[in-house]
Design a protein around this ligand. Structure first.
Ligand code: ATP
Ligand code: MG
Length: 430
């Protein structure tokens, strides 16, 4: 029987040639989040299916058709996480971390949704997920948005814009919901099958429909913004004022409802015009009822998730992905004794110059072959150690990217000579 060595549709390898942009985004986010006081948390990629059903909501695309759910050997129904918030809230509850405390947390990792794969939409994709738990806002709402704004700036990403909205409280949503059901019932003929099913379960989801044929009927629907309770209105106005005072441009989109059920009050989305129809790069909102709904003590929270693949694509398009870093020094070894001694020499140099990248020639080869590898490695410098050099206690030092000739250096002084030669190699030609 042959093994199918094709990857699973919608699940991608990230190859070394692409990793620079991923690392740039992750490094930048890690540093920025730390500077805002966020701590990293790591939670399992698998949870009880019931957790996601309860947190995300039964009448959502994710729970209805996108979850990777299976029974394990013990007969338990488990699900590969489609998003991170539910697992993080579960972790706060099961580790007894709430008790009136505040937590600012983030994580990065793969999420799984059985969607139709296309550019920017995958079945395994990665999110940077950020959560602030225990503060009712709107100050933290504004700060979270400011954090994302700063991230775009640091990454050199310009083609993004911010949309915000308020979903009010569950109570104000109930009143609105009735208006909405009335409206959609009057237009039932214009609804697709999904929307007709949601009319009973969760009519707000209809506003989030991705079906272009639904656009007209959705556009005519009553606005949630017109039915906000006074506290939510105040919260939203304060958020808008804070964003304005920081100088962050935004658009209020009264149709922005977000795909998951747990949001309340503030919701926001960063949209790009650079990625075709997969235009959301970072989405979030407040989920004041979620923790209580999962059985924890009632605690407000807000968070967002950023689609790593989509942001990486923006980095590539903006020419902001760093080139792979080449080796600094390629070490050419020839002769039995020099080959045996070479590894010890390079280990010593690695002790002395921990920031430098050494590429030791492995697996032998004549000088010509080794210099070909040295050239391909991109190294600025070759170090040459043959039996003859070893016997005399020296090594050859040869710049590979300029016309400077080869010199010889006593082995104990090699580290200094390498630094000097690399500085010379980096200097602009006279
Ligand atoms: P979309 O409207 O594109 O389906 P969503 O509302 O389902 O997104 P969220 O669940 O809020 O997205 O996830 C947050 C972010 O994760 C999105 O803004 C997007 O950047 C990214 N994302 C979501 N689903 C996928 C996917 N299947 N492949 C790649 N990225 C995704
Ligand atoms: Mg989606």
């Amino acid at each position: 029987m042959t093994v199918d060595i094709q990857p699973i549709r919608g699940m991608n390898d990230v190859l070394p040639a692409q990793i620079g942009a991923w690392q740039r985004l992750e490094d930048c986010a890690r540093e920025l989040l730390a500077s805002y006081g966020y701590e990293e948390i790591r939670v399992p990629v698998v949870e009880h299916t019931a957790l996601f059903k309860r947190a995300i909501g039964e009448y959502t695309d994710v729970v209805e058709k996108e979850m990777y759910t299976f029974c394990d050997q013990g007969g338990e129904s488990l699900t590969l996480r489609p998003e991170a918030t539910a697992g993080i809230m579960r972790a706060l509850i099961s580790n007894g971390m709430l008790r009136g405390q505040r937590h600012k947390l983030w994580c990065v990792g793969p999420m799984f949704r059985h969607e139709r794969p296309q550019k920017g939409r995958y079945r395994q994709f990665n999110q940077i997920d950020v959560e602030a738990v225990g503060v009712p806002g709107p100050d933290v709402d504004a700060e979270l948005i400011a954090l994302t704004t700063r991230l775009w700036r640091r990454l050199g990403i310009e083609r993004v814009r911010l949309e915000i909205n308020s979903l009010g409280t569950p109570e104000s949503r109930r009143a609105y919901r009735e208006k909405l059901v009335g409206y959609f019932r009057a237009h039932e003929g214009a609804l697709d099958a999904d929307s007709r099913r949601r009319l009973e379960g969760n009519p707000l989801r209809i506003l989030d429909s991705k079906n272009p044929e639904m656009r007209a009927v959705v556009a005519g629907a009553p606005l949630l913004t017109d039915h906000l309770d006074p506290e939510s209105r105040e919260h939203f106005d304060a958020l808008c004022a804070a964003l304005t005072s920081i100088g962050i441009p935004f658009q209020i989109n009264p149709r922005l409802v977000r795909g998951l059920d747990y949001y309340s009050r503030t919701v926001f989305e960063w949209i790009t015009d650079a990625l075709g129809s997969q235009d959301a790069v970072c989405s979030g909102g407040r989920y004041d009822g979620l923790i209580a709904q999962l059985g924890g003590e009632p605690t407000p929270g807000i968070g967002f998730a950023m689609g790593v693949e989509r942001v990486v694509e923006l980095l590539l398009q903006a020419g902001q992905a760093p080139a792979a870093r080449a080796a600094d020094v390629y070490v050419v070894v020839s002769g039995a004794r020099a080959t045996a001694a070479g590894i010890g020499l390079v280990e010593r140099l690695r002790d002395e110059l921990p920031a430098r990248r050494f590429d030791l020639n492995l697996g032998g080869g004549n000088f010509k072959a080794q210099f070909r590898r040295a050239d391909r490695s991109g190294a600025a410098l070759a170090l040459i150690l043959g039996d003859d050099e070893l016997a005399r206690g020296v090594a050859g030092v040869k710049p590979l990217r300029n016309e400077a000739g080869q010199s010889e250096c006593p082995l104990p002084e090699l580290a200094a000579a390498i630094e000097a030669a690399l500085a010379g190699a980096a200097a602009p030609a006279e």
